[in-house]
Design a protein around this ligand. Sequence first.
Ligand code: DGL
Length: 274
Amino acid sequence: MSNKGPIGIFDSGYGGLTVLKEIVEQLPQYDYLYLGDNARAPYGTRSFETVYRYTLECVQWFFDQGCSLVILACNTASAKALRTIQQNDLAKLGTDKRVLGVIRPTTEIIGSFSETNAVGILATNGTVQSNSYPIEIAKFYPKIKVYQEACPMWVPLIENNEYQSAGADYFVQKHIKNLLAKAPNIDSILLACTHYPLLMNKIKQWTPQGINILSQGKIVTDSLKEYLHRHPEMEAKCSKNGAIAFFTTDSTEDFDSHAANFYGKPVKSRHLAL
Ligand code: DGL
């Protein structure tokens, strides 16, 4: 039996599709398996214990499907579950397998975007409360001051197709204003939730000109490319037929009708009962 398998891409719902889209554009040769845990989303308001338990269950599923490499394309899962999975669970699940997140690749390079050393983070409640971004950025860029703003309404607005509505304008303006009130010298704002690129037009509209707005698709893709280059033993375990399969833990009809907004193309998913 071949020991090669697809690269697993995980999110609580649709957000990881914004990352997958960029990865597939730049690395089309690999096979990918996407799982959105829509039935239990959003993760952003859930406790550490719950996010960890859900994420671990999904990671286990990816491994059972033959994936050796899984990317948590979800900041909330990366913040609340990744470390425990890497440190405690991989020893049991398979020492030859790897799980990567989206926080580390982002914090490694974020400093290169800021001249004022003041960076803003927009994220879910869960990611903000975990303090992962301030802690990780301090390791790479001790001079940078990090200001965070939780945007609890943004994921529900996006998931309910309201991201172009007047309601979206209200909540986008509110949180950008709150963030910039914390430090007017912020010159770079990170969208630290993989759902948020769908609000990009509105975010740009309500952000003063000259402030960089960073999303994670390209950052994570560049980091994955480099990872596969540095780890030929992992690269050798990734199958290459250019095939992509989508799974959701909730209704496939709902998934397919929303997913195209995130992925940019029609998607045909299969159901996974967890
Ligand atoms: N897309 C997820 C993230 O990057 C959050 C969505 C949720 O709250 O489930 O944090």
